[in-house]
Structures are given as structure tokens and as C-alpha cells.
Design a protein around this ligand. Structure first.
Ligand SMILES: Nc1ncnc2c1ncn2[C@@H]1O[C@H](COP(=O)(O)OP(=O)(O)O)[C@@H](O)[C@H]1O
Ligand SMILES: [Mg+2]
Length: 336
């Protein structure tokens, strides 16, 4: 007999934890919105086989919106393939029955599929199990630790070489996403995996396409649907402005700062509160970040969107650049 899947403890135990959760607010539908999947989803159990193919094996994780399971692909197994593990992402019970649920999950699928990059999670398919009434995404099974767990192990932050090894691929993934017109919308340590296969940016569940890209995709109006992660959402997002690349830059700036010293730049406060309390005045270069990278990171952390003009590529370049003393030293030694 199959056992019920353990329900993850979602309630935050402290303000710090709460600042890392994605919050959702669905207003009552005011106008006609395409009802993509208006049915009651059945709770998934361990050992369930979805669409006659994916056997649910264990819970991998849960965020503010979804649950992710490890599953075996029984079809591939029939052909003797032994590497048949995949990850299945579906909406959590609370959201699964909301009116926008199907559109939300499909939007994540469609946006992520636009991206082909070694540091972005690879998605396979979007499926609906009609028996369980569950929509889900199938994707590569990532291994490793998310950056929030890495930070628990390294409370003082990562030393520069390790920091660089995480920062550059993460920024490269963001450069790629922005160049494809995809905005992430929920960049934070728990949405970045670090493992043997390198760094992977994932969870584009709050992502959006820039204007004119993917016009057929259901638009999730922010008037009806609002979601944010307090410690990483830029002030303009909290004030109801649309998601832009600049908001992703603020979030990635917070992540990089945290990686470089183990502490969030603004104690994970809401950015609007941090701005009103002028917390940026006390901001100092984090201990593990070389001085030449600080102006770029400082610019990414601007509360004012108009001043946060630095791009993901410029941030990448700043971190990738050797400091001038090292360039001089290398030039001297190579000349000898
Ligand atoms: N492809 C995957 N492989 C392994 N674990 C995953 C995968 N995708 C997500 N997870 C785990 O599940 C957790 C929740 O996934 P996420 O996509 O962030 O959901 P949410 O949208 O609810 O935040 C992640 O923090 C991670 O631990
Ligand atoms: Mg997440």
C-alpha cells in the first residue's frame, strides 16, 4: 500500500526564514481569465505512477508554491536504461486548485524551455495526469545543495575562489535568460543549486517574458496575482511595479553579497523598509569580495531602480576581471 507523502513543514520558524519564502496572494478573479485547469487535484502519494510512466519515489523539496518529487521513468526503464530518475514539479495542495494554477505552472515550463544554458535547469515535458488531475513538469534531477544550505555550512561566506566559481555561472545563466527576454522574478539562494555538475539556476515559477516575447503565453496579471520573497524583492516590485531585469539584478546582488560574507546586505528586511531606514548607508564591501568588484555589486544593490542600471553582463565582467595589481604582476612575470 502506498504511504501518504509527508507534508513539508512550511511555516517559517523565524523572521529570517520567513524572508526566504515566496509569498502568494491570489485576489478573487475580477474579470474573465482563461480557466486552464479548474478541477480538484488529487493528493499525490508515494509509489503513485503518473501518466502511466513516472513512479513517485520521494519528496525532494518544497517551496512557497510547489512540491518536487524524485520519480523513476518506467518507460525508459523498459528499454534497459538505468539512468531513469527525473524530478517532477507540481503545485502544492493550496495552489493546485486555484484558478490560475495550470497557467502558472505552464508559464514556468514555457519560460524555462526558452533557455538552453549549462547553468539553467533542463526541463523535459509538461504533463497532465487526468486520473490524479495533476499537472506537472518533468525535468532533470539535480543533485547537490541549494545555496541556502551552502550558506548554512559556511556562515562566514565563501572564500573568493569558491565565490567566483558560483557567481560567474549564476550570472552567466542570468545574462542568458535576460538575452532571451526571460526574467526570473524570484532569485534567491534556495533557487540556485550547486552540485557536482556545477551551478543551476531554477524555479522560474514567478518568471515573466519581456514585452512582445511569447505573446501567446497567458499573462498573469499582477493586479490579481502577486508574489514575492521579502528579502530579495526589489522595492519597485513591492510597490506594484512590473518585473524588470533590474529587479533580478537587485535579487542577484543580495545573493552575491550574502555568499561573500554570509550575511544578507539588509538583514533580509523588506527592501522598502531597508530603503526607508537608509540601511544602504552602512553597506560595506563584503569580506570575501575583492575591492575591484565592489562598485559593481554596490550598484546592483541600489534601492532606486533608476540608479540600478548595471546589467547582469556588467556584473559578470566585474567579477571576471582581474584586479589591476594582478594584471600588472602577470604582465611583468610573463615578460620575464
Ligand atoms: N530538478 C530538481 N532536482 C532536484 N531537486 C529539485 C529540483 N527542482 C527543485 N528541487 C528541490 O525542490 C525545492 C523546491 O523547488 P522549487 O522549484 O524552488 O519550488 P517553488 O516554486 O515552490 O519554490 C528546491 O528548493 C529544491 O530543493
Ligand atoms: Mg523555489
Amino acid at each position: 500500500m502506498s504511504e501518504p507523502v509527508p507534508v513539508p513543514e512550511k511555516l517559517p520558524s523565524s523572521d529570517e526564514d520567513a524572508a526566504d519564502l515566496t509569498y502568494f496572494a491570489f485576489a478573487k478573479p475580477a474579470d474573465a481569465f482563461r480557466d486552464v485547469m479548474s478541477f480538484q487535484a488529487r493528493v499525490i502519494k508515494l509509489q503513485d505512477v503518473l501518466v502511466g510512466r513516472y513512479r513517485i519515489e520521494r519528496l525532494l523539496g518544497a517551496g512557497g508554491m510547489s512540491v518536487v518529487y524524485r520519480a523513476r521513468d518506467l518507460l525508459h526503464e523498459q528499454f534497459g536504461d538505468r539512468e531513469t530518475y527525473v524530478a517532477l514539479k507540481m503545485l502544492g495542495e493550496e495552489l493546485a486548485n486555484s484558478q490560475d494554477a495550470g497557467a502558472l505552472l505552464y508559464s514556468e515550463f514555457a519560460l524555462t524551455r526558452r533557455l538552453r544554458h549549462p547553468n539553467v535547469v533542463r526541463l523535459h515535458t509538461f504533463e497532465v495526469d487526468t486520473r490524479c488531475r495533476q499537472a506537472f513538469i518533468t525535468m532533470e534531477l539535480m543533485s547537490g545543495l541549494t545555496l541556502d544550505k551552502v550558506l548554512c555550512d559556511q556562515p562566514l561566506g565563501l572564500p573568493w575562489p569558491a565565490l567566483r566559481d558560483v557567481a560567474l555561472p549564476l550570472l552567466d545563466a542570468l545574462v542568458h535568460a535576460h538575452s532571451r527576454g526571460v526574467l526570473h522574478g524570484d532569485l534567491k539562494p534556495s533557487n540556485v543549486m550547486c552540485g557536482e555538475e556545477g551551478v543551476r539556476l531554477f524555479d522560474f515559477g514567478l518568471g515573466q517574458a519581456e514585452e512582445c516575447i511569447m505573446p501567446g503565453l497567458p499573462k498573469l496579471s499582477r493586479r490579481r496575482f502577486n508574489a514575492w520573497t521579502p528579502g530579495y524583492a526589489a522595492p519597485e516590485l513591492l510597490e506594484g511595479q512590473p518585473l524588470t531585469a533590474a529587479a533580478d539584478i537587485y535579487a542577484v546582488g543580495c545573493v552575491l553579497y550574502e555568499l561573500a560574507c554570509g550575511k544578507h546586505p539588509f538583514r533580509r528586511w523588506l527592501s522598502t523598509r531597508a530603503r526607508d531606514e537608509q540601511m544602504d548607508r552602512e553597506l560595506r564591501a563584503p569580506r570575501h569580495l575583492p575591492k575591484h568588484c565592489w562598485p559593481a555589486l554596490r550598484a546592483a544593490l541600489s534601492f532606486d531602480e533608476a540608479q540600478r542600471t548595471i546589467t547582469a553582463q556588467e556584473l559578470y565582467d566585474a567579477i571576471n576581471t582581474q584586479p589591476s595589481w594582478l594584471r600588472r604582476w602577470l604582465a611583468l612575470n610573463q615578460a620575464r
